[in-house]
Design a binder for this molecule. Sequence first.
Ligand code: IPM
Ligand code: MN
Length: 353
Amino acid sequence: MKYNIALLAGDGIGPEVINEAVKVSDAIAKKFNHQITWTPALTGACAIDAVGVPYPDDTHDICMAADAVLFGAIGHPKYDNDPSATVRPEQGLLLMRKKLGLFANVRPTFTFPSLIDNSPLKKERIEGTDLVFLRELTGGIYFGDKGRLDGGETAFDTCTYTRAEVQRLAKKGFELAMTRTKKLCCVDKANVLETSRLWRETVQAMEKDYPEVTVSYEFVDAVAMRLVQWPNSYDVLITENLFGDILTDEASVISGSMGLMPSASVGEHTSLYEPIHGSYPQATGLNIANPLATVLSAAMMFEDAFGLKAEAEAIRNVVNKSLEHGIVTEDLVAKGAKAYSTSEVGDWLVANL
Ligand code: IPM
Ligand code: MN
């Protein structure tokens, strides 16, 4: 089959980790007789530098026309401490999510047996952890009205959700739960927030359509706690945009490194696949960043966007093998052992597929 993939490397270490995912994807395509066409496009700080906006129309057109988008990272420190900056790289990501209708962010968290001691949590707490967050991605406080009053002395951000927005995200959560252990947790703050009460009411009303799914409703503060106590007690979790942003970063370190966790954003148009880590500016150009989260994002792309399960399995298997052999970048290296570079890890994966 032929696949046309929009390639948005972005900023910082984005181009380096994307490069390895492309190498591995091309090797998989060769092995399984597929043809991939990569169409590069700009987004983030590099797009601001080149054309003045973080998500140019050309880039959007390329994404819309593609079968999938593979994305690296966005962000540059020169914008972080400048509250007066009116154009920011992150706006590119938010605009891209909105314009591509990517309302569901799928973030799995799982452990690798060979890395169990890399986790900041005790082994017996995390063994068997295999959970998935579905974070709502195009609504809530990220996209509500915001501004200043009183000559700048008061600031506000508003959080709004419609029932339809909750329903479409929850539907994906129920459907995903049906393919797994049929447990769904709705994370909210319904003891305080009206939007959370709408979430809870909406999900409760959908329970009758999925009688096999056991739904629990938990407050976000309690979930933050239980995630580090008993992460393996969760399966599928659904939540709103900001809670999901925070909890998925928390969950990402359970595996031992944020550099391992892939993600997908899905919705109305082309789906997007990206590592959950950021642009890691300190490491830019040093060839030290862990490419595995991006490589595993490509595996999600093969499986979910193209329906190619064997191809995805082959990628996951070779990644597991590399971890077992200690072919890892410095974030995962055992004391006294050799750290491999970003491109060496990619080369090893390609050679061992
Ligand atoms: C993420 C990131 C983004 C978010 C930022 C870069 C806008 O943290 O993808 O989780 O907050 O959604
Ligand atoms: Mn985040």
